[in-house]
Structure formats: C-alpha cells, structure tokens
Design a binder for this molecule. Structure first.
Ligand SMILES: O=C(O)CCC(=O)C(=O)O
Ligand SMILES: [Fe+2]
Length: 342
C-alpha cells in the first residue's frame, strides 16, 4: 500500500500524482462560511429531572436532525483528556513504521481492523488524500496491538461514546413520537455495530486539486466526530457547501446517517459532508460510526408509516448488506441510499 503520509513526506514533492487530481474541484463552487450557528445540544438536559427542560432539549434535537443533520453535543460524560488521548494515540498509530502497519492492511470490508488509503483503493477511480484506520469496536472490541496504550484508550472511548449515542437515540426516538426505547429495541442496539475510524490528511502541496474525503453520507445511525483542531470538514446545508469551524471545546460534532434517514422514513435526512485538505498542517479526525446490529433489518418505523399515513419511502434491507454495499464500492454522495429508496 502506498500511503499518502509516505507520499507527502517524500522530500521534493511539489506536484501531486495525477491519480489524486479530483476534477470535481474545478466545477464545484467553493464553500462559504456558515451564517447561522450549528445547533448545540446540551446532553445533560436529556436526563434532567425537570420535564420542561427535557422536552425542550428533545425538541431541539428534533429540529437539529430535521433542519441540519449536524449538531454539536456538549455536557456529555466524555472528558477532554480522553478525547485528546484518542487523537494522540491515533496519530501514534499512523507514525508507526510502514512495516509495522502492514499487518493491519485491509483485506475485506468486514475485517475487524482495516488500515488503508483513499476510500476503497481497489475501486476508486481517483485517489483521495487520506489514510485511514478502521476498527470494529462493538459488539466485539478489536484493536491493533500497537502503539502502546491504544487499546485502553479506545476501549474506554468506545464505551463512553456508546452511552452518548444511546442517550441521543432515546431522545430522537421520543422526538419522533415513539417510545424512548423504540429505536434501541427495533434496531437491537445492544449488539449495535460501532466502527471507529481515524482519518489522516497530511499536508498536500496542491490542496486545490485534491480532496481528502469526497462528498458522502455515513452508513449508520449517528456519527460522532472529533479532530485535532485543524479545519477541513464541510457539510452541505440548504444545498450549499459550508465550512465547519472548530470553535467549541470538549464537544462532539454529530451527524445523522443513512440508517436514521431510513428509520425515520425520510423525516431526518442523512447529511452530505466532505473533507478538504491544506498545504500546511496534518489534519486528523476520529469518527465513531454507530449503527444498528448487523443482522437488524432496517426499514421505516412501523408507527411512522401507519399513524402518519406516509407510505414507506425505503425498502427494508439488512444493515450488514447495506454496509457491505457502502464500504465495498466507490463512495459517491448519497447514491447508496438511492438503491433502497422506493
Ligand atoms: O475527516 C472528517 O472530518 C470527515 C470524515 C468522515 O466524513 C468519515 O470518516 O466518514
Ligand atoms: Fe463521513
């Protein structure tokens, strides 16, 4: 595997190889800065003793999912020092020697540990300026045996982030007029799939020609993102690409993903996002994708279809099949969701 990290570190790289040239860059309008602030959800209010505060935050969650598909979560139980350790240990993984990382190279979509470059280098027509490490951390916890300490940090992070996701999904369930445990039970979250993805975007000598992560939506229910303080994430909001700034310490950036769009029968849309690169500093993001159980069949919630008399807009599909379809092909916007849309 030829990592972008090794390429970016080659001594006299001034032009990027043509395989990295993303022709869409020249046709897409540049992103603008956001006019309105991304919604912020105070997680602690979801379990407040005060029913008024609880119902208020559930309503905020509803509109954050419906109008944005992106929100920040504050006052959760994950400490800033744990978040920093996750970033630091992920960086140490990428800093291992190539021979050490080689044993984790991707062989198949459902491999528990996958180190690779681009998105799906066997299928990608152009390559993305990104190396990655993907680890299935639930229902079974997996982890590379190096660097030292990675395992402890990721195990703790996986547990903590699952608690946050559980709380958010019970709020979302309520906000959809369903029982607060409805999502959890229907999608068997006890054995829900959780994949941790570390994305490394080294400095790129021609950032305007390359792309770190092309426009896409995520496969699961909710994705939690943190990064090393370097900007680069852009989301599509009201039809336009906008920059997401890192302006709130100790917060998660959360986005709605495909299975939540399906489950909510399209009430909540999975949001498209992408990552651009820069020529000065390495960007590192750590994303936790939280999905249903692999054997859960996902379809619009029965109650939403019957009580609201909205015909089902998505065909049922086992999450495992959806995941294999999304991870095993090229990633192009929301084309994967189109395949299950009625
Ligand atoms: O690096 C980022 O900010 C985005 C990464 C991402 O979208 C993903 O891993 O699905
Ligand atoms: Fe993503």
């Amino acid at each position: 595997m030829n990592s972008v990290k090794a390429l970016a570190e080659s001594p006299d790289l001034s032009c990027i190889p043509s395989i990295y040239i993303n022709s869409a860059n020249s046709t897409e309008p540049p992103a603008s800065d956001l006019q309105d602030a991304i919604p912020t959800i105070d997680f602690s209010l979801l379990t407040s003793d005060n029913p008024k505060l609880r119902s208020q935050v559930i309503q905020e969650l509803y509109f954050a999912c419906k109008d944005w598909g992106f929100f920040r979560v504050i006052n959760h139980s994950v400490t800033e020092s744990l978040m920093n350790m996750v970033i630091e240990k992920s960086k140490e993984f990428f800093d291992l020697r190539d021979e050490e990382k080689k044993e984790f190279e991707e062989n198949g979509v459902l491999d528990p540990i996958r180190y690779g470059t681009s998105f799906n280098s066997k299928k990608d027509e152009i390559f993305y300026w990104r190396d990655y490490l993907k680890i299935i951390v639930h229902p079974e916890f997996n982890c590379p045996n190096k660097p030292l300490g990675l395992r402890e940090v990721l195990l703790e992070y996986s547990k903590r982030t699952r608690e946050v996701v559980k709380g958010l999904l019970s709020g979302i369930s309520t906000s959809l007029g369903l029982d607060q445990c409805y999502v959890e039970k229907a999608l068997k979250l006890e054995s829900g799939l959780q994949i941790l993805v570390a994305n490394l975007y080294p400095p790129c000598p021609q950032p305007e020609l390359a792309i770190g992560f092309p426009p896409h939506s995520d496969h699961g229910l909710l994705t939690l993102l943190i990064n090393n303080g370097v900007g680069g994430l852009q989301i599509k909001h009201k039809g336009k690409w906008v920059n997401v700034n890192n302006d709130l310490p100790n917060s998660f950036l959360v986005n709605t993903a495909d299975q939540l769009e399906i489950f909510s029968n399209g009430k909540f849309k999975s949001v498209e996002h992408r990552a651009i690169v820069n020529n000065a500093v390495t960007r590192l993001s750590v994303v936790v994708a939280n999905g249903p159980s692999l054997d859960a069949v996902v379809e619009p919630a029965y109650k939403l279809v019957t009580e609201e008399r909205c015909p089902s807009a998505y065909n049922p599909m086992k999450y495992k099949e959806y995941l294999e379809m999304q991870q095993g092909n090229q990633i192009i916007g929301k084309t994967c969701l189109d395949r299950v849309r009625v």
